[in-house]
Design a binder for this molecule. Sequence first.
Ligand SMILES: Nc1ncnc2c1ncn2[C@@H]1O[C@H](COP(=O)(O)OP(=O)(O)OP(=O)(O)O)[C@@H](O)[C@H]1O
Length: 281
Amino acid sequence: MTPSTPLLRAENVVVEYGSRRRPTRVLHEVSLDVGPGECVGLVGESGSGKSTLGKAILGLVPVAGGRIEFDGRDITRLSGRERRALASDIQVVFQDPYGSLNPMMTVGEILSEPLSVGGAGRAESRRIVGEMLERVNLPASVAGRYPSEFSGGQRQRIAIARALVRRPRLIICDEPVSALDLTTQASVLDLLIELQRDTGVSYLFVSHDLGVVRRICHRVAVMYRGHLVEVGEGDQVTREPRHPYSRRLLAASPVADPVQQRARREEWLALRGDPLPDPAR
Ligand SMILES: Nc1ncnc2c1ncn2[C@@H]1O[C@H](COP(=O)(O)OP(=O)(O)OP(=O)(O)O)[C@@H](O)[C@H]1O
C-alpha cells in the first residue's frame, strides 16, 4: 500500500432493504475514503443511512452496487471464512454499552473470545486481556467481574478494549458516546484520541452530534437521505458547512454558550422553512 492509498475506500456503494422484488434504496452511490490513522466522521439525522454504511463495511448487510476496498483489496462480497479473517483488521464499537456486552460472561471471557478465534493460547490471552484493560484505564483485576458491575462509561471502555484486542487497523465507532453523560463522553473521546495517537488505528466515527465529531474527527462526511452531500475538513464542515442540509444540521446542534445558542436557534428558524435541494439530483 502506498502512503496515498486509503485504508478503506467505499465507491458508489448502494444498499437496499426489503424484498428483491420491492427493494427500498437506503444508500445511493456513497463514496468515502478513510486514510491510515485518520478519523472520519459520518453525521446526519436519524435514518440518513450512517449505520447502514458501517454495516455494509462490516459485511452485515449486502451491497447491491459499487464496491468497498480495504487496504486495496475488494471486500464487497467475501465468504464467511474470509469475513472472519478480516475481523482482526476491522472491528466495531456500538452505541449501547448495556446491550453490546454479554451479561453472562466475565469481562475476561468477553475480551479473550476474539483472541481464541484468532488462535491465541490461554496464557497469551490472559496477558493481552490484562494489557488491553490497562490500556483503557481499567485495572487488569476487573477481568473476573461481570458487565452489570460497571457504569456505562466503564462498559464502553470494556467494549473499546474488546475491539482492540486483535489490534485492528480500522474501528467503526457507531455512536460510541451518545448513550453517555457529558463528562463520561469527554473521557471516552479522550481515550479514543489517545489510542489513535498510540496505535495509528483509523476510525469511521458515526454520530449525530457535531460537537462530538468536531472534537475527534479529521474529516467529516454529511449524509442526507442516503446520499453523501458534503465531505471536508472537520473544522470546515462543523463550523462553515457548504451544503444547505449541513448548515441546517449545524444550526440545530446545541451549544453550551446561551448567546451562541440563541443565534443558532434564530438561524435554525430562518433555515427551517427553506426547501432543501433534492439529494438525488
Ligand atoms: N434492517 C432493516 N430493514 C429495513 N429498513 C432498514 C433496516 N435498517 C435500517 N433501515 C432503514 O434504512 C434507513 C437508514 O437507516 P440507518 O440505521 O442506516 O440510519 P442512521 O442514519 O444510522 O440512523 P440513526 O442515527 O437513527 O441510527 C432508515 O430509513 C431505516 O429505517
